[in-house]
Write a protein that binds this ligand. Structure first.
Ligand code: ADP
Ligand code: MG
Length: 271
């Protein structure tokens, strides 16, 4: 849990959080092409509160496009995205307008962590984490500072609050990027290969932080090549191939041998 009893966390929880009966996010009939290539072929996906969903699959199968379509970074051609049951995004070819957003504020409900951290180099660690809550006026400067420090403690980076990104290892920068996402108190966090750009020796510290978030019930979608990690932390594993979800089930289903799941088992375990 977040450290610091003085923090009035209710203020930070998104309004949408009251709808715990609804899936956090839902993609219906998502389709997208780049030129002649169908990258997402009629994808349906429903993620409930507290679920940790790992997305695996070969390079080019559409994993990044899938998670980027959930927050509108990649506009869908067809289909829709619902946040807590309310339409959030719509395929641009399904409407005469360009992609429709029901509420600009709702995008703040979705946190994103990229492979390449994307910290602001001229801002301190604390400055990076405070930036978005400040910009969106989520509290007084003192409150936001306190929240940011709490999130930095959560990822084990509070001692580095006044450093700049270039003074940190890749793993440390990625932990700051996670704290930055957490500071907006999103309903869900999307990770696109959060450890793929890291030196091997710092992968573990980032996976530990994500594991801890999972244990606390944070709703997350994680594109990853860390198979053992995916098996350990996920409520569900999604296997993508050629723009389709070819498997969507609990890790246990993959530990058992079955002909149907042969392809994904081969991919995961390299048998
Ligand atoms: P993955 O993350 O699984 O490696 P991506 O979602 O990045 O796959 O890409 C899926 C397919 O879409 C690939 O064939 C890729 O070349 C293509 N693609 C991705 N982004 C673009 C883009 N901006 N323009 C054109 N093609 C793209
Ligand atoms: Mg990718």
């Amino acid at each position: 849990a977040v450290t610091g009893d003085m923090l009035d966390l209710k203020r930070w929880l998104p309004a949408a959080d009251s709808r715990r009966d609804m899936p956090v996010i839902e993609l219906k009939n998502g389709r997208k092409s780049f030129g002649m290539v169908d990258v997402l072929k009629d994808i349906n996906l429903c993620i409930d509160t507290g679920q940790v969903v790992s997305v695996i699959g070969p390079s080019g199968s559409g994993k990044s496009t899938l998670i980027r379509s959930l927050n509108g970074l990649e506009p869908l051609d067809h289909g829709e995205v619902l946040l807590q049951g309310a339409r959030f995004l719509q395929g641009r070819r399904d409407t005469h307008r360009s992609q429709e957003r029901t509420s600009r504020k709702r995008i703040l409900d979705i946190g994103m962590v990229f492979q390449s951290f994307n910290l602001f180099p001229h801002k301190s660690v604390l400055g990076n984490v405070m930036l978005a809550p400040r910009y969106h006026g989520l509290g007084s400067d003192a409150e936001i500072r306190q929240l940011a420090l709490a999130m930095l403690r959560k990822v084990g980076m509070a001692a580095h609050a006044n450093k700049y990104p270039h003074q940190l290892s890749g793993g440390q920068q990625q932990r700051v990027a996670i704290a930055r996402a957490l500071a907006m108190r999103p309903s869900i966090i999307l990770f696109d290969e959060p450890t793929s750009a890291l030196d091997p020796e710092t992968v573990g510290e980032v996976l530990r932080v994500i594991r801890q978030l999972a244990a606390e019930g944070t709703t997350m979608v994680i594109v990853t090549h860390e198979m053992q990690f995916a098996l350990d932390v996920s409520s569900r594993i999604l296997f993508m191939e050629n723009g389709r979800v070819e498997f969507d089930g609990p890790p246990d289903a993959l530990r058992q041998t079955s002909t149907r799941d042969r392809r994904v088992r081969d991919f995961m375990f390299g048998v």
